[in-house]
Design a protein around this ligand. Structure first.
Ligand SMILES: Cc1ncc(COP(=O)(O)O)c(C=O)c1O
Length: 484
C-alpha cells in the first residue's frame, strides 16, 4: 500500500507519468527507503484504479532511471543504489542565501526604475495607449487569415534576424510618406518593440562607463536599457524647445551618446525646435557621439506640418532612429525598428544575425501587407483626427473644470500632455488622491534623473472617448478640490 499516491483522472493520457512522478518524489524524499518492496503492478493498478499497463509503464520508467530494481520471482524494490539529495534541501532564498549573480543582476538592476504598468482596460489619463476602439479589426483579421493560408515553408520557418525584407521595404515607404525620412531597406532593422531596439543598440554601441545624455525628465525604458550596459547617465534639462544642448555641453562635453524624443519629449510633450536639432547634431558630431532618436509617437501631430525627424537632417551619420508600431497600431504587436547610419549596417547585420532569431514572422508579414495595401496610412490619418479630437476634449474639459489647480500644457503631438502643479504643491499627495479616484496618472518626478524644477502629472488623452474624458476631468477636479 502506498497511501499518498493519487492520480488525477482528468489527465488520463498521462496516468503512468503521474504515477512515476509521485513515486519518484517519495523515493527521493526518503519516504520509501532503499530496499522497500513495492506492491506488484497488478496490486498497484487496482489500488490506484488504473490499468495494469499504466502501472507497469510507471515501474519501467523508474527502473530505467535506476530507482527501482526487479528481482525475478521476488517483485519490485527500491534500488539500494538510490542516493537521496543532501539533507539540507530548503530553497536558498528561504534561509537568506543568495546564489552568485552576475554584476548586472547584483548591482546594475538596483538602479532600474519600474516602467509604468499600463492597465488592460483604457481609463482616463492612461498614457501611451492607442485607441483600441478605433482599430480596423476587420482588415487586420482578413490579412491575418490570408497570411496563415500561405505556403508552410514560407510561414513556418525561422525569420530573418534583421527583419522580413517586405517589412523593411514597407517601413521605408511609411517613413518617406508619413515622416519625411528617406532611407534604404538595408538600413532598417526590425526589433520586438522600441524597448528591444534600445537594449540591442546599447549592447552594440555602449561600453560600461560611457556617458549618455538623457533628457531630464525622460523615458524610463531607454534609461534602463543604457544602465543595463553600465552606462553613466548624464541628466540634461529640457525646456519648451526640447533638450537644452548648451546645458548638456556644460555638464558633459564628451558624451558617447545622447537619447532624445524630439517629436514629443517624454514625458513633457514638447517638440524640439529646429535650432536645438541642429545644435544637438553639431554637438554629437564634435564629440563623435551617437544620437538615439526615439520617435515613438512621431506619426501623431495635430497642428502645422511637423518638423522632420533629426535623422532626416543627419549629414554626419550619427543618428540611430527608433520607431515603433506600439502606438501607431497596438502595443501587443511587439514590433519596432531602427534606421541606422549606413556605417553601422554591417555591425547590426553581423550581431543580430549571430545572436538573435528575429521576431514573429507572422506579425511582420501582416504589418507589411497592412502598409503595402494602404491601410496603415489611412489608419494614421483617421487616428490623427481622432486623437486631435480627444486632445481638444481634454484641454476644453480642463479649462471648464480645473480652476487653475492644474495648468495643462497645450501639446501639438503625441498621446498625452502634462498638467503642471502650482509651486509648493505636494506632488506625491496629489497623485495618491488622483489615483484613489480611479484615474491613471503618474508624477513627473517618476521620470526624473535628478530633481526637477517643475511638479506635475501626466495626462493621457488617446485611449478614451471625449464623454469619458469629460467625466475623468470632473473626477480629477473633485480630487484636487478635496485636497484644498
Ligand atoms: C518614450 C517611449 N518610447 C518608446 C515606447 C515604445 O516602446 P515599445 O515599442 O517597446 O512598446 C514607449 C512606450 O510607452 C515610450 O514611452
Amino acid at each position: 500500500m502506498i497511501p499518498t499516491l493519487r492520480v488525477e483522472r482528468d489527465d488520463a493520457a498521462n496516468l503512468s507519468m503521474q504515477l512515476a512522478t509521485h513515486l519518484r518524489e517519495l523515493i527521493l524524499a526518503g519516504d520509501l527507503p532503499p530496499g522497500t518492496r513495492l506492491p506488484a503492478s497488478r496490486v498497484l493498478a487496482s489500488e490506484q484504479g488504473v490499468s495494469r499497463t499504466t502501472a507497469v509503464a510507471a515501474y519501467e520508467q523508474l527502473t530505467s532511471e535506476g530507482l527501482l530494481v526487479s528481482r525475478v520471482g521476488a517483485g519490485t524494490y527500491i534500488s539500494d543504489e538510490v542516493r537521496t539529495p543532501p539533507a539540507h534541501r530548503t530553497p536558498f532564498e528561504a534561509d537568506g542565501h543568495l546564489p552568485r549573480l552576475a554584476h548586472f543582476s547584483r548591482e546594475i538592476s538596483e538602479q532600474f526604475f519600474p516602467r509604468l504598468t499600463h492597465p488592460c482596460s483604457p481609463r482616463p489619463f492612461v498614457t501611451g495607449m492607442p485607441a483600441f476602439d478605433a482599430f480596423p479589426m476587420a482588415q487586420w483579421s482578413r490579412l491575418s487569415a490570408k497570411y496563415w493560408r500561405g505556403a508552410r515553408a514560407d510561414i513556418m520557418s525561422y525569420p530573418d534576424a534583421t527583419g522580413l525584407p517586405e517589412l523593411r521595404m514597407a517601413i521605408c515607404r511609411h517613413l518617406r510618406a508619413n515622416r519625411g525620412l528617406v532611407c534604404e531597406p538595408e538600413e532598417v532593422f526590425v526589433f520586438a518593440g522600441a524597448q528591444d531596439a534600445f537594449l540591442q543598440i546599447a549592447q552594440m554601441l555602449l561600453d560600461p562607463g560611457d556617458r549618455v545624455w538623457m533628457e531630464n525628465p525622460g523615458a524610463i525604458g531607454a534609461r534602463n536599457a543604457f544602465l543595463s550596459r553600465g552606462a553613466e547617465l548624464v541628466p540634461v534639462p529640457v525646456d519648451a524647445e526640447g533638450l537644452d544642448v548648451a546645458a548638456g555641453r556644460r555638464a558633459c562635453p564628451n558624451m558617447r551618446m545622447a537619447f532624445v524624443t524630439p517629436a514629443h519629449q517624454h514625458p513633457m510633450g514638447y517638440t524640439m525646435s529646429r535650432d536645438r536639432r541642429f545644435e544637438l547634431l553639431a554637438a554629437a558630431e564634435e564629440s563623435g557621439a551617437w544620437i538615439v532618436e526615439d520617435d515613438y509617437v512621431g506619426e501623431f501631430h495635430y497642428g502645422r506640418s511637423p518638423l522632420p525627424p533629426l535623422k532626416a537632417l543627419d549629414g554626419a551619420g550619427r543618428v540611430v532612429y527608433v520607431g515603433t508600431f506600439s502606438k501607431a497600431l497596438f502595443p501587443a504587436i511587439r514590433l519596432g525598428y531602427a534606421v541606422v547610419p549606413s556605417g553601422l549596417v554591417d555591425i547590426f547585420e553581423r550581431t543580430l544575425g549571430a545572436a538573435a532569431h528575429g521576431v514573429s514572422h507572422a506579425m511582420q508579414s501582416i504589418v507589411a501587407d497592412f502598409i503595402a495595401e494602404g491601410h496603415f496610412s489611412a489608419h494614421l490619418r483617421r487616428m490623427r483626427d481622432l486623437y486631435r479630437t480627444r486632445r481638444d476634449a481634454l484641454l476644453a474639459a480642463g479649462a471648464r473644470h480645473l480652476d487653475g489647480r492644474l495648468m495643462l500644457l497645450p501639446t501639438e503631438t503625441g498621446f498625452h500632455t502634462v498638467g503642471l502643479l502650482p509651486e509648493g504643491a505636494d506632488e506625491a499627495r496629489v497623485v495618491e488622491a488622483v489615483s484613489a479616484a480611479g484615474l491613471a496618472t503618474a508624477p513627473l518626478s517618476r521620470f526624473a534623473l535628478s530633481p526637477l524644477a517643475v511638479k506635475g502629472l501626466t495626462l493621457g488623452f488617446s485611449a478614451v472617448a471625449p464623454h469619458e474624458m469629460e467625466k475623468g476631468v470632473e473626477r480629477l477636479a473633485a480630487a484636487l478640490r478635496a485636497l484644498g
